[in-house]
Design a protein around this ligand. Structure first.
Ligand code: CA
Length: 333
């Protein structure tokens, strides 16, 4: 058993109580403007008797909006009479980052998705991660974490799961992805899976499903509609919400290797040569990076290492060496 100290976070909701509760995860945070202050992370629990539990999160990164837009609305509208089991909704998981509109926390620069398993005596971000790791994830049968591209990336809208060693667990996750019915469904590969919420949930044996629904530090009408319909579909698919899954057509995509990713090796101004969703041939120029310090310098080309479809791109007009410039995914029949 763990010898870790208890979490400092106190929930104002009772996870075992039927009905709808809107409350907070209250995390003490003493600071200049509030000596005995707290971070108040909004949480909603909707429960109707015994049954499976879903843990739904947005705002893992604070500058991604489809998840929070879908989940604040779901918390306001999901009727417990149509639920069997429990739905735990945390629309803005890294709440300080969400309030600041930034990917990471303004308090400690913590990237929630690199902070797992967290530490009860750590930074604010690590304390939130620890609470999810030890208190919330163990309650869940299915874990759904909304992502989008944030300020620096933009994606074709997809729902995603990872390949995991336990094939029964993997099959359940891909079935939930299919039920979400985004225009695209992805078998996802991570650049660096250490410290991720995804990995923490999957190692606990949970069915873990995620999304990338757009980006640029904003949302679009279409991607928010996809998010709202999709999360209800997943709850219906697992039998927690009543009603039939609203099926849409989805195109499966795969990220078979690290060759999917193209990284900038120069600073400069990026010129996208392929738009999201367009086909890509191996060797094709995905983007050009123009130096801006002087005129007369030829742009550097970023080429595709494999054929497929452009699934993601760098969003801002300026790029730095090391930035992810593009992601190519393979279409699967
Ligand atoms: Ca993200």
């Amino acid at each position: 058993m763990s010898t870790l100290r208890p979490s400092p976070i106190a929930p104002t909701v009772d996870f075992d109580k039927d009905g709808v509760q809107h409350g907070f995860l209250r995390l003490p945070y003493s600071r200049d403007d509030s000596a005995w202050g707290s971070v108040m992370i909004p949480i909603c629990v909707i429960r109707n008797g015994n049954g499976p539990a879903a843990l739904l999160t947005g705002g893992n990164h604070g500058d991604e909006y489809e998840g929070p837009l879908a989940l604040y609305e779901l918390a306001r509208t999901l009727d417990p009479k149509t639920v069997s089991g429990t739905v735990i909704i945390v629309p803005a998981m890294n709440y300080p980052a969400f309030r600041a509109g930034t990917r990471t926390s303004p308090i400690d620069k913590g990237n929630m998705n690199r902070s797992f398993p967290g530490r009860p005596e750590g930074t604010v971000t690590e304390k939130i991660a620890d609470y999810f790791q030890r208190e919330l994830l163990p309650r869940a049968d299915i874990v759904f974490d909304f992502h989008s591209g944030g300020r620096t990336l933009d994606f074709v809208p997809f729902c995603a799961a990872h390949t995991v060693p336990d094939k029964a667990q993997e099959q359940k996750a891909f079935a939930a992805v299919e039920a979400f019915s985004a225009p695209f469904s992805m078998r996802m590969t991570e650049i660096d899976a250490v410290g991720m919420y995804d990995t923490a949930a999957e190692e606990m044996g949970k069915v873990f499903v995620s999304t990338e629904l757009g980006g640029g530090g904003t949302s679009r009408a279409e991607t928010v509609r996809i998010a709202r319909r999709g999360i209800l579909n997943v709850l219906r698919h697992v039998g927690i919400a009543s009603g039939a899954v609203e099926k849409g057509t989805t195109q499966w995509l795969d990220m078979p290797s690290g060759d999917c990713f193209a990284f900038a090796e120069d600073d400069g101004m990026i010129e996208t040569m392929v738009d999201l969703g367009e086909p890509v041939e191996e060797g094709a120029v995905l983007a050009r990076i123009h130096s801006t310090g002087r005129t007369g310098i030829a742009p550097r080309e970023i080429r595709a290492k494999m054929s497929g479809m452009l699934a993601a791109r760098h969003f801002p007009g300026l790029v730095k060496a090391g930035d992810c410039a593009a992601v190519v995914a393979v279409l699967v029949e």
